[in-house]
Design a protein around this ligand. Structure first.
Ligand code: G4P
Length: 197
């Protein structure tokens, strides 16, 4: 997605440890025009997949998921990292270990918001080691629903997330695939050109 790649090049920056800073448009300040188009792109990619619900994880997964859910006219559910005041114990949970942050987070989704009839699109802002997506997929499976696919805004292709998810059999669609962040420079994996006739 060219608008996203241009934003990464022009407004993103590389910080240490292979981490990309995109807080001026994606995960702190939000470029709403870009986010609307991210939603449209996810909707285009998954329009024939009979999606009934989108599942993401707070915080930064919510904005792109909101836009995609709005485009696909399906409800959006986000996994919580902290129990809310009104949440009872009737929840699906999963433990997500972050290699980047070296912490384990227990994520939870109320049993009211996923059912065995659901065909769920999982969306997140970053794909690094795939642990958040696997945790969300585990929650989908616990509910008896099925995973339709995984939509990612920025994939760090030099980490093993995609490999792990594809090995498990999931369809992964990333809007920008970062091949390398070496020497402070962002390079993308070249996608085959699609002819729109
Ligand atoms: P994984 O789920 O693919 O295994 O990813 P990982 O544990 O490495 O990532 C954990 C957190 O770090 C996630 O945010 C993820 O979005 C973020 N992250 C990973 N790589 C990058 C990067 O290169 N740049 C930025 N800016 N963030 C990165 P989180 O803790 O869930 O935060 P939030 O959603 O509450 O904002």
């Amino acid at each position: 997605m060219d608008q996203l790649k241009n934003a990464i090049i022009e407004r993103g920056s590389v910080v240490s440890d292979g981490v990309l800073k995109v807080d001026s448009f994606l995960n702190h300040q939000i470029d709403t025009d870009l986010m609307i188009n991210i939603g449209k792109e996810f909707a285009r990619l998954f329009k024939d997949s009979n999606i009934t619900r989108i599942l993401t994880i707070e915080t930064s997964g919510i904005a792109p998921s909101f836009m995609a859910a709005n485009e696909l006219s399906v409800p959006l559910v986000f996994a919580r990292k902290k129990k809310s005041l009104t949440m009872n114990n009737d929840v699906y949970t999963s433990s997500v270990y972050s290699f980047t942050k070296q912490v384990t987070t227990e994520i939870a989704v109320s049993k009211n918001f996923l059912s065995p009839d659901d065909h769920v699109l999982i969306i997140d802002d970053f794909l690094a080691n795939g642990q958040a997506a696997l945790g969300l997929a585990s929650i989908v499976k616990q509910s008896g629903a099925s995973v339709a696919g995984i939509g990612i805004v920025i994939e760090k292709s030099f980490q093993n997330g995609r490999e792990l998810l594809e090995e498990t059999g999931y369809r992964v669609e990333s809007l920008a695939r970062v091949e390398s962040l070496q020497n402070g420079k962002v390079t993308f994996i070249k996608e085959p050109t699609t002819l729109h006739i």
